[in-house]
Design a protein around this ligand. Structure first.
Ligand code: C2O
Length: 455
């Protein structure tokens, strides 16, 4: 990092230009004009370009760093925030070092090339990450909630677009939806590291500035590792990447370590071995943190008919300035095991509209009996969370997204298989006063799996 920081700003490999790549692809800098849709933006967040774009971004960043120290084997470390051992900002980003021009002087973190002055001082080590915004002083409870959250975002109903996010393709305007990890722990870590005292939560707390903090690349290495784990480890290694040409042929341009501009394609990054790396094995403790039902067999949805509005009686868009409860009809009930394996029941939120210059979060619960217990990721009733990170400079930026949550296993856990409706609660967790949602529905979505492809 010191070598990269020493490059002149106008070198495409410089710390500054590398950081700017993120903003270039992110903050609605490009439209789909060349495809004839000039009012639609291109964006590598909140959709299925999230994983491949960031993989390529890291690929070149790593090669540039390796070439600057003449070590082609150099690999970016990953910040394993999915493991209790990694749930604080890694010390190396804040270590005090001596001033190179005055080695006898007092060490200071600002002489450390991994340091960034724009971080939340309250969240420096040993403060621990709190994905569920549990708060309080019970560290063990926070850590456990983090592990349940990981399980929720990596395993529960994350087949296909639940994990990858919605399509971004020419002429597709409103299919934007963040995948589970992207709209969850990924955003949590950004918001947690960024400095809330800065006007725009710089650096990590805002997409435009996140790439200036060296920890961004180690954070994203772990996000990238989640993609590998999702594909090769969880769900018996049965998950598969999107196979649509719109996804496979999507491309980006980057400068390589020799300052050449190169174009790269999603299809060429799906196998990390072909990019020259493999993640070192390390424990994934969250695989055993499956949730348990708080109130199984409550049939709360059926009991709420008449007291809670059905979707068709709600005036959309609804505002998330308070908890929103609504009954949503299921397309089918009591499906067979076989059917449920092939076709998943997904809860879909469309048209989540918000000011893109704000950060907010809300949780999505299914069949919560609302008896005063806080439902968290440790409960089967917890479908997932949607968290958005601010883009750009305060002043208003109309954005739209969506979210998809798998609820097949959730409804099994709750023994709600024969309920005609589900009771959906959207619970604001900060900053969502002006967020609106235009559609809530349940869809049956066929899943692709490796085993199915083999047949
Ligand atoms: Cu491009 Cu962590 O975001």
């Amino acid at each position: 990092m010191a070598a990269m920081r020493a490059l002149p700003d106008d070198d495409p490999r410089s710390w500054k230009n590398q950081g700017k790549i993120h903003c270039a692809y992110c903050n609605a800098s490009f439209t789909q004009e060349k495809s004839g849709y000039d009012t639609y933006n291109l964006q590598i967040h909140n959709n299925w370009l999230f994983f491949p774009f960031h993989r390529w971004y890291l690929y070149f960043y790593e090669r540039i760093l390796g070439s600057l120290i003449d070590d082609p084997t150099f690999a970016l470390p990953y910040w394993n925030w999915d493991n209790p051992e990694g749930m604080a900002l890694p010390e190396m980003f804040e270590t005090s070092l001596p001033d190179p021009s005055n080695p006898a002087g007092r060490p200071n973190p600002r002489f450390n090339s991994l340091f960034d002055g724009y971080r939340n001082v309250l969240n420096l080590p040993p403060a621990i990450l709190d994905f569920g915004r549990i708060g309080g002083s019970d560290q063990q409870a926070i850590i456990e909630n983090n592990l349940f959250t990981m399980y929720n975002q990596m395993i529960t109903g994350t087949s296909d677009n639940g994990f990858f996010g919605g399509q971004m393709a020419a002429g597709v305007a409103n299919m934007n939806a963040a995948g589970s990890i992207e709209g969850g722990v990924h955003t949590s870590v950004h918001a947690w590291v960024g400095n809330p005292r800065m006007a725009n939560s710089e650096d990590m707390g805002n997409f435009y500035s996140a790439g200036y903090d060296p920890v961004f690349y180690c954070h994203h290495s772990n996000v990238d590792r989640m993609w590998s784990l999702w594909k090769n480890e969880v769900n018996d290694g049965d998950n598969v990447d999107p196979d649509s040409p719109d996804w496979l042929d999507a491309s980006y341009v980057f400068y390589d370590e020799n300052k050449n501009l190169v174009r790269v394609y999603n299809r060429d990054c799906v196998d990390t071995a072909s990019l020259g790396y493999k993640y070192a094995d390390s424990p994934i403790p969250w695989t055993t943190y499956s949730p348990t039902a708080h109130a199984p067999e409550s049939h709360i949805a059926t009991d709420s008919i008449g007291t809670v509005d059905k979707v068709e009686d709600v005036k959309f868009p609804v505002k998330l300035d308070k908890t929103v409860k609504v009954l949503v009809k299921r397309p089918a009930i009591n499906r067979t095991k076989q059917e449920k394996k092939k076709v998943k029941e997904m809860l879909v939120l469309n048209g989540i509209q918000f000011d893109g210059t704000t950060t907010f979060k809300f949780d999505v619960l299914v069949n919560d009996v609302d008896d005063g217990t806080d439902i968290t990721a440790a409960n089967s009733e917890f479908a997932g969370t949607f968290e958005s990170l601010q883009h750009g400079i305060a002043g208003g930026m109309k954005m739209e997204s969506g979210a998809v949550f798998g609820i097949t296993e959730l409804l099994e856990d709750l023994k709600s298989e024969d309920d005609e409706y589900v009771l959906v609660s959207l619970v604001p967790k900060g900053g969502s006063e002006n967020v609106t949602v235009s559609e809530i529905k349940i869809e049956l979505v066929p899943v692709k799996t490796k085993s199915k492809n083999k047949k």
